[in-house]
Ligand binder design. Structure first.
Ligand code: SF4
Ligand code: SF4
Length: 189
């Protein structure tokens, strides 16, 4: 009798699974046109990070290192510096002079975003990071910074996307450090 019970429960499980398959068969087909068209990503998609600015264009990052400490794979590298009256980058005393994320190690867990007290670091929707040279997967602050307010803001209230093909234009207020490697457009790596 026990065997009959198992057969019945197995048949019911198969019928349940097949009913879902049959139901999906009659749903409209959704075809992604990517890469010929833009990829359709959910709002919550965790892509490459964006370092946000406040409404005045100042960087929200205050170089507190909490994101770096929270990162389980230690792929965030930060060097802090003091703002001065002549050169102000953030609204606090300190700012991140260097802020690198190594995307050959990042697992997009979101812990850094959770840890940030100023909402400075968020996940954007960038995902076209594939490269044959892993050294190009280290993205610098100049590549991660959000555009200035009202400049190239993403559609539909989405977070600004990282520049992809064509590369990121270094911020005028954050020139690359002396001796730094040039930022290469992703499509040319
Ligand atoms: S998403 Fe996770 S792995 Fe990537 S930088 Fe943030 S904490 Fe580190
Ligand atoms: S991104 Fe946020 S958590 Fe990381 S150093 Fe800047 S302010 Fe601190």
């Amino acid at each position: 009798m026990a065997n009959i019970g198992e057969v019945v429960s197995s048949a019911a499980a198969i019928a349940k699974g097949m009913s879902i398959t049959l139901k999906e068969l009659f749903q409209p087909t959704i075809t992604e046109a990517y890469p010929d068209g833009p990829a359709q990503l959910e709002q919550r998609y965790r892509g490459t990070h964006v370092l946000q600015r406040d409404e005045n264009g100042l960087e929200k990052c205050v170089a507190c290192f909490l994101c770096s400490a929270a990162c389980p794979v230690s792929c965030i590298y930060i060097e802090a510096a003091e703002n001065t009256a002549e050169e102000r980058y953030s609204g606090s005393e300190r700012y991140a002079k260097v802020y690198n994320i190594d995307y050959s190690r990042c697992i997009f867990c979101g812990y850094c975003v959770e840890a940030c007290p100023t909402d400075a670091i968020t996940h954007g929707h960038g995902f076209e990071t594939a490269s044959y040279n892993t050294s190009t997967l280290i993205m610098r602050k100049e590549q991660l910074l959000a555009p200035f307010p009202n400049a190239n803001v993403g559609e539909g209230g989405r977070l600004p996307r990282l520049p992809q093909a064509g590369g990121a234009a270094p911020s005028q207020t954050n020139p690359a450090p002396a001796g730094a490697e040039p930022i290469l457009p992703i499509g040319t790596r």
